[in-house]
Design a protein around this ligand. Structure first.
Ligand SMILES: C[S@@+](CC[C@H](N)C(=O)[O-])C[C@H]1O[C@@H](n2cnc3c(N)ncnc32)[C@H](O)[C@@H]1O
Length: 277
């Protein structure tokens, strides 16, 4: 199986748009009157959800009109947040077709297609001209990328000189391997965690200058504890209809539990960083 097939196998869900539509309708939402708020339990596919995106946006000093590329944009939640809350002109690029199609559909449903566009494509070969963006955005993507030096070179190519790279990513903790399955990989074949120091060195070698680097591993674990408590409260009347299980399918619970376990056992760390290109 090649890389693209393996990534697809990990993330693809049959009839994703219909599944999301059905879950929204069952929870009392009208598709013709949806807001971003209605999508908040599942459209940001990373630790910390929308709050983490807001915090990274503030750190990156995003401003109205910023041309921003979200690489590995999932179903487009962060892209919509950055357009709605910071006024950015956002493009999302995504490798998995069902996620890309869901990103386009959800953005249309909430009336944001003029501010946010999506393209199907690979982070390894970004379908954009040189110097096209002011800010590059990468949340929980690089764990799926084996050749990080090549990725960082490709990022430099599409980033205008002096532009910023905003990262919110996983790295290898002092213990390995992580327990699988995790949300980004059912098995080690598409999981490429690098330790924090090597990651910093690879970014520096690619010519990125570090402006901010924050290890958020402990904060990520806190978020997990709160998320689990809130899910338990929400599920008093049965499992919640809206959640990341829509994107991850039936193994969602086990995958999320392994992220928490990997964080607890120092097999996974989380970093938030801003770098200048
Ligand atoms: C954990 S999800 C995070 C999605 C999104 N960044 C978010 O935070 O909501 C990782 C995403 O990266 C995408 N991805 C993985 N490898 C990719 C690649 N080589 N090129 C583009 N997208 C990729 C996956 O399909 C998936 O949508």
């Amino acid at each position: 199986m090649d890389y693209q097939q393996a990534i697809n196998q990990n993330y693809h869900q049959d009839n994703l748009i219909r599944t999301i539509e059905h879950a929204l309708e069952k929870s009392g939402k009208e598709i013709t009157a949806l807001t971003r708020e209605d999508l908040r339990f599942f459209d940001e596919f990373h630790i910390g959800g929308r709050a983490a995106t807001r915090e990274l946006g503030r750190l990156a000093r995003l401003a109205p009109g910023t041309r921003l590329l979200d690489i590995g944009c999932g179903i487009g939640g962060p892209a919509r947040t950055l357009a709605a809350e910071f006024g950015c002109q956002v493009t999302g690029v995504e490798l998995v077709e069902s996620y890309y199609q869901a990103a386009v559909a959800l953005t249309g449903w909430v009336g944001m297609s003029a501010q946010v566009q999506f393209q199907l494509g690979s982070a390894a070969d970004l379908p954009f001209e040189d110097n096209s963006f002011d800010v590059l955005w990468s949340q929980h993507l690089i764990m799926n990328i084996a050749d990080k030096p090549a990725l960082f070179q490709e990022m430099r190519r599409v980033l205008r000189p002096g532009g910023r790279l905003a990262l919110y990513e996983g790295f290898a903790g002092p213990l390995s391997p992580p327990h699988y399955p995790v949300p980004w990989a059912a098995s080690p074949s598409i999981s490429f965690l690098t330790d924090q120091d090597s990651l910093r060195q690879m970014l520096a070698d690619a010519g990125f200058q570090e402006e901010q680097w924050h290890d958020l591993t402990d904060a990520s674990l806190d978020w997990f504890e709160k998320m689990i408590a809130s899910q338990t409260a929400r599920s008093a009347d049965g499992p919640p209809l809206l959640g990341l299980h829509l994107l991850l399918g039936p193994t969602a619970g086990q995958r999320m539990a392994n992220v928490r376990r990997n964080l607890t056992e120092n097999r996974l760390g989380i970093v938030q960083a801003i770098l200048r290109g």
